[in-house]
Design a binder for this molecule. Sequence first.
Ligand code: FES
Ligand code: FES
Length: 149
Amino acid sequence: MIVNFYLNNVEVSYSIKPGEYLAETLRRHGVKSIKVGCNESSCGSCTLLIEGKPMMSCSVLTASLEGKHITTVEGIQEEAAKISKCFSKQGADQCGFCNVGFALVIYALKREYKNPTDEEINNYIVGNLCRCSGLQSHMKAIKEYLKEE
Ligand code: FES
Ligand code: FES
């Protein structure tokens, strides 16, 4: 079957298998920035934005996305570079496997909340895990990014 949607504001038309999930579709079409860790909605490494909201692409059926807007890290390059700088400065950047998922969720957080509390930040990023560190350095990096213009 064919599904049509917008990938980083460019209309695409992909041939998919019934029951295929978005992470698989995108990676098959060359979007290798999507990282698949657990493949069962538990780690957040495959996070992207659907209509501006963070979603785990390993658990979204591609067939359900007709006409929707999907944003990957390629669509937020300037902000992703700022987030990456904050991560490096605060020591949150280790193996880097979780970084893309974090960048997208943090980008969405900044657009949804003006001055989030620690609790709101924690709740927002709860689905994103990092195997290399606790989340203390991530929290510092997120707060630094949130302060940026
Ligand atoms: S790979 Fe999708 S949540 Fe882990
Ligand atoms: S830096 Fe390695 S999983 Fe987060």
